[in-house]
Design a protein around this ligand. Sequence first.
Ligand code: ZN
Length: 149
Amino acid sequence: MSELRDLYQEVILEHAKRPRHFGRPEGATCKADGHNPLCGDRVTVYVTLDGDTIRDVAFEGAGCAISTASASLMSEALCGKSVQDAARLFSRFHDAVTGAPLLEDADLGKLEALTGVKEFPARVKCATLAWHTLQAAIRGGELVSTEAP
Ligand code: ZN
């Protein structure tokens, strides 16, 4: 597995070791479970929506370094963004990790660290699992809180 060493950049290793936004937050409004059978990654993503604004993203689960780092980096990147901006960022991120040509204004920030997976097609699902799960949560994951609006 030494070829993967190039992929495990510092940012990935750091986020995999100490993931941000890890845990089940109070007051989440929706959640979804994701599973990547190719690698065995499992993730539950919790989203706290306030209208169209993503107030908080958090996750639980167990998976490889890439899936954990991706969930952690995604959570950091999406807090405070609108649902529309999150979808746009996912589309750019997806392009980047699958090797599709990027839009000129695609600014991925720290997510750039994960774009090395484009050389390893089997790992693309690890990098996108949390994102697909987040989309599922926003599109109608079960309500985990019954707080009045
Ligand atoms: Zn994985």
